[in-house]
Design a protein around this ligand. Sequence first.
Ligand code: GBH
Length: 454
Amino acid sequence: MNSNYQFPAGFRWGAASAALQVEGSPNAENGGVSTWQTLYQRPGAIVGDGDLGRACEHFKRFRDDVRLMKELGISDYRFSIAWPRVFPEGDGTPNPRGLDFYQQLIDELLDNGITPWVTMFHWETPQALEDRWGGWRDKRTAHKLADYVSYVVPRISDRVKDFFTVNEIGCFTAGGYGTGSDGFPPALKCEAQVVNQTIYNGCLAHGLTVQAIRAAAIGPVEIGIADNPGAFTPLIATQENIEACKQAFVSRAGSILTLIMEGRHREEYLRQVGDAAPVFTEDELKVIHEPLDFLGLNIYHGHEVVADASAPEGYRMIAKPVSFPKLDMPWLDFTPSCTYWTLRFIHELWRPRKIFVSENGAACIDKINPDDGEIYDSDRILFINNYLDQIHRAIAEGVPVKGYFYWSLMDNLEWRWGEAKRFGLYYVNFKTQKRILKQSGKYYREIIRRNALI
Ligand code: GBH
């Protein structure tokens, strides 16, 4: 294919994961219980099979898994630390063994030439804090997260230089407290003010975490967030549709990224929520707006937008036709161009110095070919090819995208879907724990080797 598809020198090629989804044994070495473990115990809440006690047994097999990373050729690995392993009750006395696993993992990565990127919070809220004061409904949870971060960072920042604060604020807040579905714990449907408060408290947790990392780091570090703003694409990229689309992006970013990047709520947002606005202070907004070294974006799927002068917001989102192509998640529409537009809008609006695509990937119905034992996941290859093409397009126009983390290194427990959804570059047989590199993994390996899209 096209040899012009070179990526900039030094572009980081990584893969991502999260503790609960891969480790198994969350309560080993005196680890505490997270709200996800509670959800997993509720009959009917989890769609597929899935045992958090085993997951991918990465807790035991991490040295082998690092070898697999090396074989894949990634330069960077993004993983999360489980807060309840370190503070089983959310606060108080740290578990003296809580960081042992991560210390070994970090050393193993570095010994193999792979740069560790740590996410401080990927959704594992200690159940104790949910019980004590309602988890993310209470600002004290944000402060407790920062306390845990202050404990961890001095113990790893001699070797870890790159930190993500929290993963996808809208998911663990509005997802957990606003939908009443089992998608996210605690699976409540609270009133609007409470939901908005959780979102705000999530932003506060991010800001406090930035401060905590900076204050506690024992060497130079780079700090960012992994957020998933809504992604939008103009149905037809006329000037007026592009503007409408940017408007859609801006207004949907009003409760999270605007706070983080601008230190204020959008007036439109405050007008919309009215009495249901979160309780906030100017000092907290300053904390939330703490400068970042990079912005991490998880981008999977987007919505098509057209300009419409008769609509109250000046634009309309288009309902997807029934035959719109999608991957193996109800929401995972094949919308590569949303990546380009999201990166471009963010660049135009906020000019972050560096952007990383902190997650992007596809769930597919992978089957092992009985003849040769390979997994011919041409759908995932199609997905990666097209999304990377759009990232390349953004870079060619000057957007400072510095790296890409495929989600995920290996098939894992996809939250409420358990083992039923496979996002990995490595196929995992959850019974035997055997891993097989999929064709998409071989494709990604070749991209990395050439630092070019093929
Ligand atoms: C990421 O979240 C997570 O960070 C990761 O842990 C997870 O395994 C991975 O993606 C794959 O799912 O139905 O239009 O309202 C993705 C989070 C949040 C994306 C909910 C889809 C619903 C969109 N998802 N969202 S919609």
